[in-house]
Design a binder for this molecule. Structure first.
Ligand SMILES: [Fe+2]
Length: 460
C-alpha cells in the first residue's frame, strides 16, 4: 500500500473507539470516528475511506443497518466493513456477513487479531479496486446482478451487452478479467473468447464463462477455446466472487513469481560480474578500487543533476562495470609498464566493445551496456569506439566519463604519479565542452563543493 490508509471507526462508546485506535496504532493510519451508523453514513459520504470498522449495537442506526446502507450506495459499496462486536454467536456472525461485512471480530479478540484482519482487508481492497472486470451479457438482469456483486467485492466493473461491444470496450481499457455469457446476439461468447485469445495484447486475460449449459461437449468446447473457468447459471454471486478472486490472485502470483525469478537472476548475474571486476582490478594494483570510485562519483553527479532514482541506480552499476571489457585484454598489454605501441593501444581501446559484448546477452542489463560501450566517447567526437558527438552519447555514459576521468587523474599510473584533487578539478574544468560534456562537469564540480571531503580523502 502506498499512502497512509484512511479508516473510519464507528462505535457509540468513546472508550471503545480509543481502544480500537490503540489496537491499530502500528498501521500508521488516519482514523476518523463516528458515534452511530447515521453519523457513519454521513462521514462515508463526505470522505473516501479505505476501510470501515463498526460496532453492531448502537443507537439511531445499528451496525447491520449501517453496513447495508453502505452496500446500497455506489460510492461505498466496495468498501470493506469489519464488524467489531461483543456478540459473537454463529447467528450474530451470520447476520453480519448477510449485511455485507467483510469480516467479524469479537471485542474480546480485537487486541490480538484486529490489526491483522484490518491489514489483510486493506491489502485485498487495494488489490481489487485496481482491477477492472468486464461483464458481457445480453440480459440486463444478469448484468446488473454481476455488476453489483463484483462492485460490492471491491472490484471496478464495466458492463456491455455482447461480444462486439466487448471488443470496443477492450480497445478503450484492458480489463484484468472477462466474465461472459455464451448465447448473445451479433457476437457470441465463443467468438469473443477466441478474439481475445488471438490478440497479443489481451491473450493473457482470464476469461470466465457464465452459462446454463453444463453438458460435457459444451464444457470441452469452452476449454478448447481458451476459457479459464466457468460458472453455471443460476449461481450465487459469492461463488462468482470467490472464483474471480482466485483467478486473479493466481494470475498475480504467477506474475510476482516471474518478477522474483528475474530479480534473483539479475542479482546472481550482477554478483558474479562484480566479483569478476574486482578480480580484474586485483591484476593491476594501479586500478585498485577504480570501478567503485567511478561508481561513487558518477552517482554523485547524477544525484546533483536531479536524475530519477532508477537512472541513478543504472549509473551506479554502469560505473562499477564500465571497464569490464578489460577482462578480455591480455595481461602483457594491460599491465605493461613501458609506453604502449600504437597496436597495443588499439587493443586497449577495444575494451568498451568487448565489455558490451560480455553484457549484451543479459536482457536486464541493456541500459548498462550503453554506458560500458560509450564511456570513452568524447563530447567533441574524438573518442572511441564510434566517435559519437554531443548528445548522441547517452547521458549516463557522459556522466561516467567525467567520473572515470577524475579517478584516472587522481590515481597513480605507471607513467605518472597521482594528481592532487585541486589539480584534477582544474583539468576537468578545462576540458569541459571538448573532451567532457558540460552539464555533468558542472554537476561534478558542484557536487565536490558539497561532498568535497569525500573526494579529497582518496589517496591520503
Ligand atoms: Fe575504460
Amino acid at each position: 500500500m502506498g499512502a497512509r490508509p484512511v479508516l473510519l471507526v464507528v462505535d457509540d462508546s468513546k472508550l471503545i473507539r480509543q481502544m480500537i485506535r490503540g489496537f491499530l496504532s502500528r498501521l500508521d493510519a488516519e482514523i476518523d470516528e463516528a458515534a452511530d451508523g447515521k453519523a457513519g453514513v454521513d462521514a462515508a459520504f463526505a470522505r473516501d475511506y479505505d476501510l470501515i470498522l463498526t460496532d453492531v449495537e448502537m443507537p439511531v442506526m445499528d451496525g447491520l443497518q449501517f453496513c447495508r446502507a453502505l452496500k446500497e450506495m455506489p460510492k461505498t459499496r466496495g468498501l470493506p466493513v469489519i464488524m467489531v462486536s461483543s456478540f459473537d454467536s454463529d447467528d450474530d456472525i451470520e447476520r453480519g456477513f448477510l449485511a455485507g461485512a467483510a469480516a467479524y471480530v469479537s471485542k474480546k479478540q480485537a487486541e490480538a487479531t484486529l490489526e491483522g484482519v484490518v491489514r489483510q482487508h486493506l491489502t485485498r481492497f487495494d488489490f481489487s479496486r485496481k482491477r477492472l472486470i468486464l461483464v458481457v451479457d445480453d440480459s440486463r438482469v444478469i448484468r446488473n446482478f454481476v455488476e453489483e456483486g463484483m462492485a460490492k467485492a471491491g472490484y471496478r466493473v464495466a458492463v456491455v451487452e455482447d461480444g462486439l461491444q466487448a471488443l470496443q470496450q477492450l480497445e478503450m481499457e484492458t480489463p484484468d478479467l472477462v466474465i461472459s455469457d455464451i448465447d448473445m446476439p451479433r457476437m457470441d461468447g465463443f467468438e469473443l473468447c477466441r478474439a481475445i485469445r488471438t490478440d497479443m495484447k489481451t491473450a493473457e486475460i482470464p476469461f470466465v464463462v457464465m452459462s446454463s449449459n453444463s453438458s460435457r461437449g459444451f464444457l470441452q468446447r469452452m476449454v478448447q477455446t481458451g476459457a479459464a473457468s466457468y460458472i453455471i447459471k443460476p449461481f450465487n454471486i459469492d461463488q462468482l466472487v470467490i472464483l474471480v478472486d482466485r483467478l486473479l490472485s493466481d494470475h498475480v502470483q504467477i506474475l510476482l513469481a516471474d518478477r522474483y525469478r528475474l530479480e534473483l537472476e539479475h542479482n546472481l548475474i550482477l554478483g558474479s560480474i562484480t566479483s569478476l571486476v574486482s578480480a580484474l582490478e586485483k591484476r593491476d594494483p594501479y586500478t585498485k578500487d577504480h570501478s567503485e570510485n567511478v561508481a561513487k562519483y558518477a552517482t554523485g553527479i547524477a544525484g546533483t543533476m536531479g536524475l530519477d532514482k532508477t537512472l541513478i541506480d543504472t549509473i551506479n552499476l554502469g560505473g562499477r562495470l564500465h571497464d569490464i571489457g578489460k577482462i578480455g585484454i591480455r595481461d602483457d598489454i594491460l599491465l605493461k609498464k613501458t609506453a604502449l605501441t600504437n597496436e597495443e593501444f588499439e587493443i586497449i581501446k577495444s575494451h568498451p566493445t568487448k565489455g558490451a559484448e560480455i553484457l549484451s546477452p543479459i536482457p536486464s542489463l541493456a541500459e548498462i551496456v550503453s554506458i560500458v560501450l560509450y564511456h570513452h566517447e568524447r563530447w567533441d567526437g574524438t573518442g572511441y569506439p564510434e566517435r559519437l558527438t554531443g548528445e548522441l552519447i547517452p547521458l549516463a555514459a557522459r556522466i561516467v566519463a567525467v567520473a572515470d576521468t577524475y579517478d584516472a587523474l587522481t590515481s597513480t599510473r605507471t607513467y605518472r604519479s597521482a594528481l592532487k584533487p585541486m589539480e584534477a578539478f582544474d583539468i576537468i574544468a578545462r576540458v569541459k565542452g571538448t573532451q567532457l560534456a558540460p552539464e555533468p562537469v558542472e554537476a561534478f564540480l558542484a557536487w565536490v563543493e558539497t561532498a568535497g571531503s569525500l573526494v579529497a580523502q582518496k589517496d591520503e
